[in-house]
Ligand binder design. Structure first.
Ligand SMILES: [Fe+2]
Length: 163
């Protein structure tokens, strides 16, 4: 299952934020900037959702600025489909290997740091392959209107903030 990981905030004031965001076993870092309401990976040509899925990498995602919604599908979970809000100053989202994931930024965009954990055998070409749900019947089914709706995490807070 995915996890939301809190971290130590030494100082959290309007003018200074000073946090320990260490993921102890991380051995790779990537940074993903979305300018505006970008979708990553983008939708397929026929409009179906596309996803990343890492066979040998755990993602640990922290929003440094802005907000982003992650769509997670793991066919081995009892409830396979989840939507998780990430926002600056919020928890780190840990996505285990084998989980299909895509993200959509808020209208003002977002900057997300990934403190990844790559296992032996990780190959950048295969780890960052894009999977089109149009070609994977079980993935398409899990995200279709006829499937149980996704479980939503962190949206209550978001709604309060924009109210
Ligand atoms: Fe990823």
């Amino acid at each position: 299952m995915f996890q939301l990981i809190p971290y130590e905030k030494f100082r959290d004031t309007p003018s200074v934020r000073f946090f320990d965001i260490t993921i102890a076993n991380s051995n790779a870092r990537d940074l993903v900037f979305h300018d505006g309401a970008a979708t990553s990976p983008n939708n397929g040509s026929e409009g179906c959702w596309q996803f990343y899925m890492h066979a040998h990498q755990e993602d640990n995602l922290l929003a440094l600025s802005g907000g982003r919604t992650f769509y997670l599908v793991n066919l081995s979970w009892k409830q396979p489909f989840h939507m998780v809000r990430l926002q600056a100053n919020g928890d780190i989202l840990r996505i285990p290997p084998g989980t299909f994931h895509r993200s959509v930024s808020d209208p003002d965009g977002s900057l997300v740091l990934n403190q990844a954990v790559r296992a032996a055998g990780a190959n950048l070409e295969t780890e960052f392959r894009v999977y089109n749900s149009a070609e994977i019947p079980l993935l398409l089914k899990a995200t279709s209107q006829s499937a149980p709706p996704p479980r939503r995490h962190g949206f209550e807070q978001f709604q309060l903030r924009v109210a």
